[in-house]
Design a protein around this ligand. Structure first.
Ligand code: BDR
Ligand code: CA
Length: 311
């Protein structure tokens, strides 16, 4: 059983990632969910995280509030993708489960110190502000992290918020830089993978066929989410980014990639937040991440549907 902390800015795709984790209690022990500002401001992301835990029938999961803005830059949000609430689509009731009093960063540091070394993984689905703040305050936790599995960046695919940068990295590039330099094992799910995980109609129909409350909510979330890419790019479905991280923990064989150096651009106005990935090993920079490029998308959606079906 792997112990994980999910750091997130829900987000419809974040919601599916949380549902995938909570639908996998035999493999994943979710120690807590830490919210960060990203897709929408923090007061909405923390509420959305609680809504999803309740929808998943898990109101006892601990949800913590983290950073309300990036380390150095003003917050950039993505209502154009996720809607005004961040979770537009389903009609979910206001959460009644409590928000924990302990700040998210304290919880992350405490968990990594209390649990045995290298037994807690961080699943990061939003800007990396909370994780960077924890590393700044307690750098010694880096060597106690089992693995950081994050959705962020893009290389051959380019960016989705600027021509060069992916949203999660762009929103807080300074935080991403700290994380990529921290020395903990890192697995990256960039746009190159997530753009291959498209929510086609038949894949959404599989959630509908579950005939459950969680299945119906997944349909409403995905129907709303995919319209952005369908309208803008004419794709068949939207890219289901964040659940790739949790799927990797459950079924790593669904993904293919390689170990290489990842660095984050912090200076250039044109390419701020770009992940510079040394895929071909043309520098002697240390390999600091396993970057995925391939996914068995049918296997991924089969896993996701099956686990949402367990909620
Ligand atoms: C990432 O940005 C957010 O909009 C999504 O939730 C995902 O984490 C994709 O670039
Ligand atoms: Ca996200």
């Amino acid at each position: 059983m792997r112990k994980i902390i999910i750091d997130t800015d829900p987000g419809q795709d974040d919601a599916l990632a949380i549902m995938l984790a909570l639908g996998s209690p035999d493999e994943l022990n979710v120690l807590g969910v830490t919210a960060v500002a990203g897709n929408v401001p923090l007061h909405l992301t923390e509420k959305n995280a609680r809504k999803i835990c309740e929808l998943s029938g898990r109101p006892e999961v601990k949800v913590f509030k983290g950073a309300d803005r990036p380390l150095m830059r003003p917050l950039v949000t993505a209502e154009h993708v996720h809607g005004k609430t961040g979770l537009d689509g389903p009609d979910l009731s206001e959460p009644t489960m409590p928000l924990q009093d302990e700040p998210a960063v304290d919880f992350i540091i405490r968990s990594l110190k209390e649990e045995a070394p290298n037994t807690v993984s961080l699943v990061v689905l939003g800007p990396l502000t909370n994780i960077a703040q924890a590393l700044i305050r307690a750098p010694e936790i880096a060597q106690r992290i089992e693995e950081i599995v994050l959705m962020g960046g893009g290389f051959f695919e380019g960016g989705n918020i600027t021509p060069a940068a992916e949203f999660n990295i762009y929103v807080d590039p300074h935080a991403a830089d700290i994380v990529f330099r921290c020395g903990a094992p890192i697995v990256v799910m960039p746009l190159d993978v997530t753009h291959k995980a498209l929510t086609t109609q038949s894949r959404i129909d599989a959630f509908r066929a579950l005939g459950t409350k969680a299945g119906d909510a997944a349909v409403a979330l995905l129907d709303f989410f995919e319209r952005f890419d369908e309208e803008k790019y004419g794709t068949d479905g939207g890219p289901l980014h964040d659940p790739c991280t949790v799927a990797y923990l459950l079924r790593p064989e669904l993904f293919g990639g390689r170990s290489c150096n990842v660095a984050v651009e912090l200076v250039s106005e044109l390419t701020l937040g770009m992940t510079v990935i040394d895929w071909w090993g043309v520098t002697d920079r240390p390999k600091n991440a396993t970057v995925m490029r391939d996914i068995d998308a049918d296997g991924f959606f089969a896993l996701l549907t099956e686990r949402v079906g367990r909620l």
